[in-house]
Design a protein around this ligand. Structure first.
Ligand SMILES: C[S@@+](CC[C@H](N)C(=O)[O-])C[C@H]1O[C@@H](n2cnc3c(N)ncnc32)[C@H](O)[C@@H]1O
Length: 226
């Protein structure tokens, strides 16, 4: 089902244009020649050569904006396919006058068109849609199709950090990560009752926390060949 466009969405997006990275890919439109596209130059985009981290499926952007505020020496790119949602994230970044966060309004399937290879130090997957039906497994952001994309994007010491409320999706993700050659570390089956420090709650996480649901968290990295 296609979501109805929010009132004044175009005006709101325009107001935040400094925060939105210009792309040729709309929510639905992928008809653009790959050859015509150039990967983003992070030095030009952020005006510095600081490390870059990526959040995929950022929703309303509470997590990435808090991260950017706490870590001024790290640059953040947050990806979200739904314009109705990413506009709120851009507005939050603008209201905080953040200089180290930018937003990409596109499906993660197109990331390789915009993000240079081996340029991302960390990928955050926070409460990604679990798509429980097996017929939709290829939409899960930890499906091998996406893990292959992340492998191209991540630097040698790059990591994937995942949080979810969904145990079946967590199990699936650990299995896929492991099958794709990732090593897992810092696995938590109840993040909020663990010794993990410095957790930043996302909008969805706050909801699940109020319902006293356990939050699952893991980190994954690739061991480089000596
Ligand atoms: C359940 S919400 C979680 C939002 C936020 N991370 C949080 O924790 O509050 C998942 C978000 O991922 C986005 N999403 C799902 N698949 C995506 C994809 N392939 N590319 C980009 N965004 C995607 C959805 O539009 C949705 O906003």
């Amino acid at each position: 089902m296609r979501m109805r466009k929010k009132k004044h969405l175009d005006e709101r997006m325009l107001e935040c244009s400094d925060y939105l990275i210009k792309t040729e890919v709309g929510e639905r439109d992928s008809r653009v020649a790959e050859a015509d596209l150039k990967a983003i130059d992070f030095k030009v985009l952020f005006g510095n050569a600081n490390p870059v981290e990526l959040e995929i499926g950022c929703g309303k952007g509470g997590f990435v904006c808090a991260k950017a505020e706490q870590n001024p020496n790290i640059n953040y790119i947050a990806v979200e396919k739904v314009s109705n949602v990413i506009v709120s994230a851009c507005e939050t970044a603008k209201s905080k006058n953040l200089k180290n966060v930018k937003f990409l309004n596109l499906p993660a399937e197109y990331l390789l068109r915009y993000i240079p290879n081996k340029s991302i130090d960390r990928i955050y997957l926070n409460f990604s849609c679990p798509y429980p039906k097996t017929t939709y497994a290829n939409r899960r952001l930890t499906n091998p199709k996406f893990l292959k994309i992340y492998e191209q994007l991540l630097t040698q010491k790059g990591e994937i950090h995942q949080k979810t409320d969904n145990m079946a999706f967590f199990e699936y993700s650990l299995e896929q990560l492991s099958d794709c050659g990732y090593t897992l570390k810092n696995i938590s089956l109840d993040l909020h009752n663990s010794s993990f420090e410095g957790n930043i709650m996302t909008e969805y996480e706050e909801r699940f926390c109020k319902l006293k649901m356990p939050i699952y968290r893991a980190e994954a990295y690739k061991k480089c060949a000596e």
